[in-house]
Design a protein. Sequence first.
Length: 199
Amino acid sequence: MTADDDAKADLRTYLQEGRDVLMFKLDGLSEYDLRRPLTPTGTNLLGLLKHLSFVEMGYFGPVFGRRVPEVEAWMAEEGEPNSDMWATAEETRDDVVGLYRRAWALTDATVEELPLDAQGRVPWWSRPEVTLHRVLVHVIGETHRHAGHADIVRELIDGSVGNQGVGDNLPERDAVWWADYRERLQRVAEAAGGRTQGR
């Protein structure tokens, strides 16, 4: 195994960890809850998956000279704004998950076939000439950023937290402890806010 192969394996592991968290956040939810817009800008779980599907297809397809028909309409300027951030009534959970898995397959094939120093072009970046390595790091960052969004959205839906199992990365405390903890944070915020306003 070469150093390039080792680096690719590490990068693919980090990317897959983010993907897996996003998929875990869908477990046990209804079609309604998967689509519920829970922020003023409409952030929702299926929308995050759909967006990341097009992100992976866009970055690991056309950027490296690979045609991906599914992503062409998304990249066209005449497309509906934010169309990748929500699932239509006709698109089921299985449709969006299937799209995301097809994106994974494209990404994984591109990473497998090209060296990390392979040249690509991201026309919407200020410095459009890129390498596969740079694009992988960018997409890993974006995937984990949206996994964080999914953490918050899922907690707002039903209180479920954790990366791979309920509460797996949080202290083991009961509901009373968490309520007290949140109230303590609220008091600290109010005290700090009062100090700031007094300046």
